[in-house]
Design a protein. Sequence first.
Length: 390
Amino acid sequence: MRITVALVVLLAGCPSRTTKDRGTLADPVAGTTGNAIAAMVAELQDDVLSSYERDEPPDVETGMIPVEIGGARIGVGPGDVLIAGELERAPSRWPLRVESDTPTEIRSKRLETHLAQDQSAAWVFDELSWRLSLCGRTAVVPLRVTMLYARDGDRWVPIFEHMSFGHAPAPRRDGELYGTRIASKVVATSDIVDELSAVMSPVLSLGANRNAGLATGPEAMLLGPDVAAEWHGVDVLGARLVPGPAKAVEDRRIGLVGRGIATATVAYWIGNVVANLPARPGVAAGKVRLRTTFVFEHRRVVKSNADPRFDATPCGVDDEDCRWVLVQGHVSQPIGDQELATRVFGTALLSSSLESGEPLSVTCEDGSTAQIRVPEVAPLPAPPPAARNP
């Protein structure tokens, strides 16, 4: 049902920001040392890399997030959105479902992990190279992925994963919005939701105050749909996630990581936005549905004369002078199987209806035909109708 293939086919040789009159936002990583912290980071990195190899449904049973919100896995294709209980039957996360005997390989190119100040959660970014052997060559599929994990006792639990294939967003010729809706649900106080919205919305809409709630340390990262739309650290201040001025929140699921709302210091947002894209050469103006995931952290504003012991106190213990700031954002547009395969294989592509389940077939250089079998997968239940935004 899904396919993402490479834009490249290789021969098989095959400081924290400043807030007006409030000092600077504390860096959640600064001053975090010791063998225990290093062990936590190493364990998380090992869990992430191991999950690439296993590629199994994630174990998301935890008391660290609201059961009403649950976790999520967002993939490359238009239907690749799994929420909460749907994750129990999650198919392969990779863009092309193939039989287990098909030669494939996954390589991590830039794994980054960042701990929350109270170590209750961590957000992850990676650049991936998914490789498929075909016709004696290797198709290389460049992917980007962001994740959020919660620390539940002595283990890391995945909360969400958002994978995308970078390409310039474009409206469909028929004017329809492309991609699965997400049922809206919020488990947070209205004050928290309002503050998160006030931080996130200007970043999407390029509002005048878009930098007021952005983290700018090494832990900050924003990704847009285009392959070049990637910013890290202080560069997030110049981020332009989506071209065009108008973006409207369509769906949103908002949850908190922690044992309770009052003590949680990490929040996450999963949803869709609708953007009005301007015309560009060869592409008409129009509306598109974009997938979004955001991670926020509740941080204290550090004053120059503050008591260091107070500065080190997590906002979940004492929230005086604390603010919600955006530490990670990922916006993407799904891409269909046939369009992506055509981009990659061009005239060598023999398949004409990949969305309907047709196997991927290509013509090899010697004139022979190579075909990839697609395993039979039981269909997921139909998603619930999208709820109206609160």
